[in-house]
Design a protein around this ligand. Structure first.
Ligand code: F6R
Length: 249
């Protein structure tokens, strides 16, 4: 696991966007794994600019997202479908039908989770996956637990996650209690994983991920076992690490 540091988060977003551009140049039919939330927004903005400038094309690529809230339809402004449409899909040239997210309003949610997992397995592996990290060290919505969940599953969100994400809703009661999340198998099988963390409220999670032991109570710590994972941290997120724990970008 490589830990890359830059003072400013924009430098890290640019670096991560460049990795996606290189991957798409190497294999235009790449299968991309995508995250939502505040962290990847700038990277998606860069990818939109690069597409407009003709530096990259998504015209043969496909994508799978990490998660979706249970109970929010794709046209709900706080849904991850909506977020992705706004932040990336409308800004780049994916073909119709190339973007898949779990359906949070499926009648049978467990079946939807397993179907989603099977779809990813049928693709083979994700070529490159971008992750954020929760302040409780979740990746996707794999919350701290006694076990690492292998498959896509329905998860009850931690109170801390609901608090953290309440900024996207009018009030805390509106934050869904459950989500469908990609499991650890698809994450660990991705050929390349980039995890970005910005700001001091991620510092403890980053310290535990980088310095702690592999422990399902620190879900992101599983990345210590990934053969090609890069952790990208800004000044705030790096504040509980020492200089020898990280390389400068
Ligand atoms: C989102 C996801 C989550 C977020 C994490 C950080 O699809 O899977 O793990 O990456 O909650 O969120 P932000 O970036 O908003 O701090």
């Amino acid at each position: 696991m490589k830990v890359l540091y830059a003072k400013e988060s924009d430098q890290l977003s640019r670096w991560a966007a460049d990795r996606f551009v290189e991957q798409l140049k190497k294999n235009p039919k790449s299968i991309l794994g995508l995250a939502t939330g505040s962290t990847p927004k700038k990277m998606y903005e860069y990818l939109g600019e690069d597409t407009r400038a003709g530096k990259v094309s998504f015209s043969q690529a496909k994508s799978y997202n990490l998660d979706e809230y249970v109970g929010l339809a794709s046209d709900h402004p706080a849904s991850y479908h909506y977020f992705m449409q706004e932040q990336l899909f409308s800004k780049v040239d994916f073909p119709e039908g190339a973007n898949t997210l779990p359906n949070g309003v499926a009648e049978d949610l467990d079946k939807e989770a397993l179907t989603y997992d099977r779809k990813i397995q049928e693709e083979g592996e994700l070529d490159i996956l971008i992750l954020g990290i929760g302040s409780n060290a979740h990746i996707g919505f794999n919350e701290p637990n006694n076990v690492f969940e292998a498959l896509t599953h329905v998860v009850e969100l931690d109170e801390s996650t609901r608090q953290d994400n309440s900024r996207f809703f009018e009030k805390i009661e509106d934050v869904p209690t459950h989500a469908i999340s990609m499991g650890m198998r698809a994450i660990m099988q991705a050929k390349e994983v980039l995890l970005m963390a910005f700001g001091e409220n991620k510092a403890e999670a980053i310290r535990d991920l980088v310095k702690g032991k592999v422990d399902p109570q620190v879900p992101a710590s599983i990345l210590q076992l990934h053969p090609n994972a890069t952790i990208l941290i800004d000044e705030g997120a790096a504040s509980l690490l020492s200089e020898e724990d990280r390389e400068s970008l």
